[in-house]
Design a protein around this ligand. Structure first.
Ligand SMILES: Cc1cc2nc3c(=O)[nH]c(=O)nc-3n(C[C@H](O)[C@H](O)[C@H](O)COP(=O)(O)OP(=O)(O)OC[C@H]3O[C@@H](n4cnc5c(N)ncnc54)[C@H](O)[C@@H]3O)c2cc1C
Length: 329
Protein backbone atom coordinates (compact mmCIF):
# COMPACT_ATOMS: atom_id res chain seq x y z
CA UNK A 1 0.00 0.00 0.00
CA UNK A 2 1.33 3.44 -0.93
CA UNK A 3 1.04 6.03 1.86
CA UNK A 4 1.15 9.80 1.40
CA UNK A 5 -0.05 12.43 3.87
CA UNK A 6 -2.21 14.01 1.13
CA UNK A 7 -3.71 12.28 -1.90
CA UNK A 8 -5.40 14.32 -4.63
CA UNK A 9 -7.77 12.59 -7.03
CA UNK A 10 -7.88 14.34 -10.44
CA UNK A 11 -5.22 16.21 -12.36
CA UNK A 12 -7.29 19.00 -13.96
CA UNK A 13 -6.69 22.67 -12.97
CA UNK A 14 -8.12 22.06 -9.48
CA UNK A 15 -5.95 19.01 -8.70
CA UNK A 16 -2.71 20.32 -10.23
CA UNK A 17 -3.05 23.73 -8.52
CA UNK A 18 -3.64 22.10 -5.15
CA UNK A 19 -0.63 19.80 -5.73
CA UNK A 20 1.59 22.76 -6.76
CA UNK A 21 0.68 24.73 -3.64
CA UNK A 22 1.08 21.73 -1.29
CA UNK A 23 4.49 21.00 -2.75
CA UNK A 24 5.50 24.65 -2.20
CA UNK A 25 4.33 24.24 1.42
CA UNK A 26 6.52 21.10 1.82
CA UNK A 27 3.53 18.76 2.29
CA UNK A 28 3.90 15.15 1.22
CA UNK A 29 1.43 14.68 -1.63
CA UNK A 30 0.68 12.39 -4.59
CA UNK A 31 -1.97 12.65 -7.31
CA UNK A 32 -4.06 9.95 -9.01
CA UNK A 33 -5.74 10.32 -12.39
CA UNK A 34 -7.58 7.78 -14.52
CA UNK A 35 -6.10 9.29 -17.71
CA UNK A 36 -2.54 9.48 -18.97
CA UNK A 37 -1.50 13.11 -19.60
CA UNK A 38 -1.56 14.91 -21.93
CA UNK A 39 -5.24 14.05 -22.28
CA UNK A 40 -8.20 15.60 -24.04
CA UNK A 41 -10.56 17.62 -21.85
CA UNK A 42 -13.65 19.16 -23.43
CA UNK A 43 -13.36 22.87 -22.69
CA UNK A 44 -13.36 26.12 -24.67
CA UNK A 45 -10.15 27.06 -22.86
CA UNK A 46 -10.94 30.70 -22.13
CA UNK A 47 -9.10 31.98 -19.04
CA UNK A 48 -9.15 35.29 -17.19
CA UNK A 49 -6.24 37.60 -16.26
CA UNK A 50 -6.86 36.61 -12.62
CA UNK A 51 -6.14 32.94 -13.43
CA UNK A 52 -2.96 33.99 -15.26
CA UNK A 53 -1.85 35.90 -12.14
CA UNK A 54 -2.82 33.22 -9.63
CA UNK A 55 -1.10 30.46 -11.58
CA UNK A 56 1.96 32.67 -12.32
CA UNK A 57 1.76 31.79 -16.01
CA UNK A 58 4.40 34.29 -17.21
CA UNK A 59 6.52 31.53 -18.72
CA UNK A 60 3.63 29.44 -20.11
CA UNK A 61 4.36 29.38 -23.86
CA UNK A 62 0.94 28.56 -25.39
CA UNK A 63 -1.37 31.44 -24.42
CA UNK A 64 -3.02 33.39 -27.22
CA UNK A 65 -4.48 36.86 -26.69
CA UNK A 66 -7.66 37.24 -28.76
CA UNK A 67 -9.90 40.09 -29.82
CA UNK A 68 -13.26 39.55 -28.15
CA UNK A 69 -16.56 39.58 -30.11
CA UNK A 70 -20.04 38.94 -28.74
CA UNK A 71 -23.28 38.64 -30.62
CA UNK A 72 -26.60 39.25 -28.95
CA UNK A 73 -29.98 39.34 -30.82
CA UNK A 74 -28.06 39.35 -34.09
CA UNK A 75 -26.01 42.42 -33.13
CA UNK A 76 -22.23 42.00 -33.29
CA UNK A 77 -20.08 43.89 -30.81
CA UNK A 78 -16.32 43.99 -30.51
CA UNK A 79 -15.50 44.37 -26.82
CA UNK A 80 -12.70 46.56 -25.52
CA UNK A 81 -11.46 43.71 -23.34
CA UNK A 82 -9.27 40.96 -24.81
CA UNK A 83 -9.65 37.29 -23.99
CA UNK A 84 -6.95 34.70 -23.24
CA UNK A 85 -7.15 31.28 -24.87
CA UNK A 86 -5.33 28.05 -24.00
CA UNK A 87 -5.71 24.43 -25.16
CA UNK A 88 -6.57 22.16 -22.24
CA UNK A 89 -4.59 19.35 -23.86
CA UNK A 90 -1.35 21.34 -23.34
CA UNK A 91 -2.39 23.45 -20.36
CA UNK A 92 -3.39 20.65 -17.95
CA UNK A 93 -0.28 18.62 -18.79
CA UNK A 94 2.00 21.63 -18.26
CA UNK A 95 0.40 22.51 -14.89
CA UNK A 96 0.59 18.93 -13.68
CA UNK A 97 4.28 18.59 -14.60
CA UNK A 98 5.07 21.95 -13.02
CA UNK A 99 3.42 20.89 -9.73
CA UNK A 100 6.35 18.53 -9.21
CA UNK A 101 4.30 15.81 -7.44
CA UNK A 102 4.29 12.12 -8.31
CA UNK A 103 1.34 11.25 -10.53
CA UNK A 104 -0.12 7.72 -10.60
CA UNK A 105 -2.25 6.45 -13.44
CA UNK A 106 -5.17 4.95 -11.53
CA UNK A 107 -8.96 5.07 -11.87
CA UNK A 108 -10.37 5.37 -8.35
CA UNK A 109 -13.37 3.12 -7.70
CA UNK A 110 -13.67 2.65 -3.97
CA UNK A 111 -12.78 4.86 -1.01
CA UNK A 112 -13.32 3.98 2.63
CA UNK A 113 -12.45 5.68 5.89
CA UNK A 114 -10.69 3.54 8.49
CA UNK A 115 -9.09 4.61 11.80
CA UNK A 116 -8.84 8.24 10.67
CA UNK A 117 -7.23 7.41 7.30
CA UNK A 118 -8.66 7.16 3.79
CA UNK A 119 -8.03 3.89 1.92
CA UNK A 120 -8.35 4.02 -1.85
CA UNK A 121 -8.95 0.74 -3.69
CA UNK A 122 -6.89 -1.02 -0.99
CA UNK A 123 -3.81 0.38 -2.75
CA UNK A 124 -3.35 3.96 -1.48
CA UNK A 125 -3.69 5.44 2.02
CA UNK A 126 -3.69 9.06 3.21
CA UNK A 127 -4.59 11.39 6.05
CA UNK A 128 -5.97 14.19 3.82
CA UNK A 129 -8.01 13.40 0.73
CA UNK A 130 -8.69 16.05 -1.94
CA UNK A 131 -11.44 15.34 -4.48
CA UNK A 132 -10.62 17.14 -7.74
CA UNK A 133 -12.16 14.55 -10.05
CA UNK A 134 -14.64 16.88 -11.82
CA UNK A 135 -18.36 16.18 -12.20
CA UNK A 136 -18.07 12.45 -11.40
CA UNK A 137 -15.46 12.81 -8.66
CA UNK A 138 -15.23 9.65 -6.54
CA UNK A 139 -14.65 11.69 -3.35
CA UNK A 140 -17.91 13.59 -3.98
CA UNK A 141 -19.70 10.30 -4.77
CA UNK A 142 -18.37 8.55 -1.64
CA UNK A 143 -18.82 11.22 1.03
CA UNK A 144 -20.82 14.24 -0.22
CA UNK A 145 -23.40 13.04 -2.73
CA UNK A 146 -26.02 11.78 -0.27
CA UNK A 147 -25.75 14.92 1.83
CA UNK A 148 -25.97 17.29 -1.14
CA UNK A 149 -27.16 15.70 -4.41
CA UNK A 150 -26.53 17.63 -7.64
CA UNK A 151 -29.28 20.05 -8.72
CA UNK A 152 -30.56 19.02 -12.18
CA UNK A 153 -31.61 22.63 -12.88
CA UNK A 154 -27.95 23.64 -12.72
CA UNK A 155 -26.67 21.14 -15.29
CA UNK A 156 -25.08 22.50 -18.45
CA UNK A 157 -25.13 20.31 -21.53
CA UNK A 158 -22.33 20.95 -24.06
CA UNK A 159 -21.17 19.78 -27.48
CA UNK A 160 -17.64 20.70 -28.44
CA UNK A 161 -14.80 20.00 -30.85
CA UNK A 162 -11.26 21.34 -31.14
CA UNK A 163 -9.82 21.17 -34.65
CA UNK A 164 -6.57 22.00 -36.39
CA UNK A 165 -7.66 24.50 -39.04
CA UNK A 166 -6.04 27.03 -41.27
CA UNK A 167 -7.43 30.14 -39.55
CA UNK A 168 -5.25 33.15 -38.93
CA UNK A 169 -7.42 35.68 -37.09
CA UNK A 170 -6.86 35.84 -33.33
CA UNK A 171 -10.46 36.05 -32.14
CA UNK A 172 -12.91 34.74 -29.55
CA UNK A 173 -16.53 34.86 -30.69
CA UNK A 174 -19.66 34.07 -28.67
CA UNK A 175 -23.31 34.06 -29.79
CA UNK A 176 -25.75 34.34 -26.90
CA UNK A 177 -29.34 33.05 -26.57
CA UNK A 178 -29.79 32.20 -30.26
CA UNK A 179 -32.70 29.97 -31.32
CA UNK A 180 -34.24 30.15 -27.83
CA UNK A 181 -31.24 28.53 -26.16
CA UNK A 182 -30.46 29.44 -22.57
CA UNK A 183 -26.74 29.48 -23.20
CA UNK A 184 -24.34 30.33 -25.99
CA UNK A 185 -22.17 29.00 -28.77
CA UNK A 186 -18.55 29.91 -29.35
CA UNK A 187 -15.62 29.81 -31.74
CA UNK A 188 -12.23 30.51 -30.17
CA UNK A 189 -8.94 30.51 -32.02
CA UNK A 190 -5.88 29.07 -30.30
CA UNK A 191 -2.16 29.05 -30.59
CA UNK A 192 -0.67 26.99 -33.48
CA UNK A 193 -3.77 27.14 -35.70
CA UNK A 194 -6.38 25.38 -33.57
CA UNK A 195 -10.03 26.36 -33.33
CA UNK A 196 -12.33 25.40 -30.49
CA UNK A 197 -16.04 25.33 -31.33
CA UNK A 198 -18.94 24.50 -29.10
CA UNK A 199 -22.34 25.17 -27.67
CA UNK A 200 -23.55 24.92 -24.09
CA UNK A 201 -26.99 25.34 -22.53
CA UNK A 202 -28.83 24.91 -19.26
CA UNK A 203 -31.26 21.99 -19.06
CA UNK A 204 -33.53 23.49 -16.39
CA UNK A 205 -35.68 20.35 -16.41
CA UNK A 206 -36.55 20.73 -20.13
CA UNK A 207 -35.27 18.65 -23.02
CA UNK A 208 -32.59 20.57 -24.88
CA UNK A 209 -31.74 19.34 -28.36
CA UNK A 210 -28.12 20.40 -28.21
CA UNK A 211 -27.36 18.75 -31.57
CA UNK A 212 -29.79 21.17 -33.30
CA UNK A 213 -27.91 24.10 -31.77
CA UNK A 214 -24.62 22.59 -32.86
CA UNK A 215 -25.96 22.36 -36.44
CA UNK A 216 -26.92 26.07 -36.29
CA UNK A 217 -23.36 26.87 -35.22
CA UNK A 218 -21.82 24.85 -38.06
CA UNK A 219 -24.05 26.65 -40.60
CA UNK A 220 -23.11 30.03 -39.17
CA UNK A 221 -19.38 29.29 -39.32
CA UNK A 222 -19.83 28.32 -42.95
CA UNK A 223 -21.76 31.55 -43.75
CA UNK A 224 -19.13 33.65 -41.98
CA UNK A 225 -16.35 31.88 -43.91
CA UNK A 226 -14.70 30.79 -40.66
CA UNK A 227 -14.92 26.99 -41.18
CA UNK A 228 -16.11 25.54 -44.47
CA UNK A 229 -16.91 21.94 -45.48
CA UNK A 230 -15.48 20.32 -42.36
CA UNK A 231 -16.65 16.89 -41.19
CA UNK A 232 -17.20 17.51 -37.49
CA UNK A 233 -17.40 14.83 -34.81
CA UNK A 234 -18.32 16.81 -31.68
CA UNK A 235 -18.37 15.22 -28.24
CA UNK A 236 -20.82 15.89 -25.41
CA UNK A 237 -20.31 16.60 -21.73
CA UNK A 238 -22.52 17.66 -18.82
CA UNK A 239 -21.29 19.67 -15.86
CA UNK A 240 -22.72 21.69 -12.98
CA UNK A 241 -22.87 25.42 -12.64
CA UNK A 242 -22.90 26.93 -9.21
CA UNK A 243 -25.82 26.27 -6.90
CA UNK A 244 -25.63 27.21 -3.24
CA UNK A 245 -22.26 25.98 -2.01
CA UNK A 246 -22.88 23.22 0.51
CA UNK A 247 -20.26 21.44 2.61
CA UNK A 248 -16.96 21.06 0.83
CA UNK A 249 -15.08 19.47 3.70
CA UNK A 250 -16.07 16.48 5.82
CA UNK A 251 -13.39 15.53 8.35
CA UNK A 252 -10.20 15.49 6.25
CA UNK A 253 -11.92 14.95 2.88
CA UNK A 254 -12.25 18.02 0.60
CA UNK A 255 -13.95 18.66 -2.75
CA UNK A 256 -12.76 21.42 -5.08
CA UNK A 257 -13.37 22.65 -8.66
CA UNK A 258 -16.12 20.93 -10.64
CA UNK A 259 -16.40 18.26 -7.94
CA UNK A 260 -17.84 21.03 -5.74
CA UNK A 261 -19.91 22.44 -8.66
CA UNK A 262 -18.32 25.90 -8.73
CA UNK A 263 -18.54 27.03 -12.39
CA UNK A 264 -20.07 30.52 -12.73
CA UNK A 265 -23.81 30.78 -13.34
CA UNK A 266 -23.60 33.23 -16.26
CA UNK A 267 -20.75 31.92 -18.47
CA UNK A 268 -20.00 28.48 -17.02
CA UNK A 269 -16.42 29.58 -16.29
CA UNK A 270 -14.95 26.77 -14.21
CA UNK A 271 -11.17 27.10 -14.44
CA UNK A 272 -10.97 30.22 -12.23
CA UNK A 273 -13.14 28.76 -9.44
CA UNK A 274 -11.22 25.45 -9.69
CA UNK A 275 -7.90 27.27 -9.17
CA UNK A 276 -9.23 29.44 -6.33
CA UNK A 277 -10.80 26.51 -4.46
CA UNK A 278 -7.61 24.45 -4.87
CA UNK A 279 -5.50 27.22 -3.35
CA UNK A 280 -7.84 27.42 -0.39
CA UNK A 281 -7.75 23.65 0.18
CA UNK A 282 -3.95 23.65 0.09
CA UNK A 283 -3.83 26.57 2.52
CA UNK A 284 -6.19 24.78 4.90
CA UNK A 285 -4.08 21.61 4.85
CA UNK A 286 -0.79 23.48 5.31
CA UNK A 287 -1.83 26.22 7.75
CA UNK A 288 -4.94 24.66 9.32
CA UNK A 289 -7.07 27.63 8.20
CA UNK A 290 -10.83 27.52 7.86
CA UNK A 291 -11.99 25.99 4.55
CA UNK A 292 -14.82 27.87 2.91
CA UNK A 293 -15.74 28.36 -0.75
CA UNK A 294 -18.76 30.67 -0.38
CA UNK A 295 -16.90 33.83 -1.35
CA UNK A 296 -15.60 32.43 -4.68
CA UNK A 297 -17.11 34.51 -7.53
CA UNK A 298 -20.49 33.20 -8.61
CA UNK A 299 -20.71 35.20 -11.85
CA UNK A 300 -18.01 36.00 -14.43
CA UNK A 301 -19.52 39.29 -15.61
CA UNK A 302 -22.46 40.22 -13.38
CA UNK A 303 -23.32 43.51 -15.14
CA UNK A 304 -23.12 42.67 -18.86
CA UNK A 305 -24.53 39.16 -18.47
CA UNK A 306 -27.24 40.40 -16.10
CA UNK A 307 -28.44 42.95 -18.69
CA UNK A 308 -28.39 40.34 -21.49
CA UNK A 309 -30.32 37.78 -19.43
CA UNK A 310 -32.86 40.44 -18.41
CA UNK A 311 -33.49 41.43 -22.06
CA UNK A 312 -33.67 37.78 -23.13
CA UNK A 313 -36.30 37.08 -20.47
CA UNK A 314 -38.39 40.09 -21.57
CA UNK A 315 -38.28 38.96 -25.21
CA UNK A 316 -39.22 35.41 -24.20
CA UNK A 317 -42.06 36.67 -22.03
CA UNK A 318 -43.63 38.49 -24.99
CA UNK A 319 -43.00 35.52 -27.30
CA UNK A 320 -44.81 33.19 -24.88
CA UNK A 321 -47.70 35.70 -24.59
CA UNK A 322 -47.97 35.94 -28.38
CA UNK A 323 -47.91 32.14 -28.81
CA UNK A 324 -50.51 31.63 -26.12
CA UNK A 325 -52.81 34.24 -27.75
CA UNK A 326 -52.50 32.46 -31.09
CA UNK A 327 -53.26 29.10 -29.57
CA UNK A 328 -56.55 30.39 -28.18
CA UNK A 329 -57.89 31.43 -31.59
C1 LIG B 1 -17.49 22.18 -23.37
C2 LIG B 1 -16.97 22.92 -22.16
C3 LIG B 1 -16.41 24.18 -22.31
C4 LIG B 1 -15.88 24.86 -21.19
N1 LIG B 1 -15.26 26.04 -21.39
C5 LIG B 1 -14.69 26.70 -20.34
C6 LIG B 1 -13.93 27.89 -20.54
O1 LIG B 1 -13.75 28.35 -21.66
N2 LIG B 1 -13.39 28.50 -19.46
C7 LIG B 1 -13.56 28.01 -18.19
O2 LIG B 1 -13.07 28.64 -17.23
N3 LIG B 1 -14.26 26.86 -17.98
C8 LIG B 1 -14.81 26.18 -19.01
N4 LIG B 1 -15.45 24.99 -18.81
C9 LIG B 1 -15.50 24.43 -17.45
C10 LIG B 1 -14.14 23.81 -17.10
O3 LIG B 1 -13.74 22.92 -18.12
C11 LIG B 1 -14.21 23.05 -15.78
O4 LIG B 1 -14.90 23.84 -14.83
C12 LIG B 1 -12.81 22.72 -15.26
O5 LIG B 1 -12.21 21.78 -16.11
C13 LIG B 1 -12.88 22.16 -13.84
O6 LIG B 1 -11.60 21.70 -13.47
P1 LIG B 1 -11.42 20.50 -12.43
O7 LIG B 1 -9.96 20.39 -12.21
O8 LIG B 1 -12.33 20.70 -11.28
O9 LIG B 1 -11.97 19.19 -13.18
P2 LIG B 1 -11.51 18.48 -14.54
O10 LIG B 1 -10.80 19.44 -15.41
O11 LIG B 1 -12.74 17.82 -15.07
O12 LIG B 1 -10.45 17.38 -14.08
C14 LIG B 1 -10.88 16.22 -13.41
C15 LIG B 1 -9.82 15.15 -13.54
O13 LIG B 1 -10.18 14.05 -12.68
C16 LIG B 1 -9.91 12.83 -13.33
N5 LIG B 1 -10.81 11.82 -12.76
C17 LIG B 1 -12.17 11.78 -12.81
N6 LIG B 1 -12.64 10.68 -12.20
C18 LIG B 1 -11.56 10.01 -11.75
C19 LIG B 1 -11.40 8.78 -11.05
N7 LIG B 1 -12.45 8.02 -10.70
N8 LIG B 1 -10.15 8.36 -10.74
C20 LIG B 1 -9.06 9.11 -11.10
N9 LIG B 1 -9.15 10.27 -11.79
C21 LIG B 1 -10.40 10.72 -12.11
C22 LIG B 1 -10.20 13.13 -14.80
O14 LIG B 1 -9.51 12.23 -15.66
C23 LIG B 1 -9.69 14.57 -14.94
O15 LIG B 1 -8.36 14.62 -15.39
C24 LIG B 1 -15.99 24.28 -19.90
C25 LIG B 1 -16.57 23.02 -19.75
C26 LIG B 1 -17.06 22.35 -20.86
C27 LIG B 1 -17.66 20.98 -20.68
Amino acid sequence: MIFSEVIIIGGGPAGSTCAWKLKQGYKECILLDSKIFPRTKLCAGWITPKVIDQLELDDYPHIQLNANYVNFFGIDKKLKSKSYAIRRYEFDDWLLKRSGVDVYHHKVRNIKKQDGFYIIDDAYKCKYLVGAGGTHCPVYNSFFKELQPRNKNHEVCCLEEEIKYDYEEKASRCWFYEHDIQGYSWCISKNDGYLNLGVGALFKGKKVNIKEHWDHLVKKLDTLNIVKNYKFKPKGYVYQIRDRVGRCRIDNAFIIGDAAGLATTDLGEGIGPAVESAMRAADTIINKTNFTLHSIHKKSDPIAMGIMLFLWRIVNFFKIKRHSKLSFR
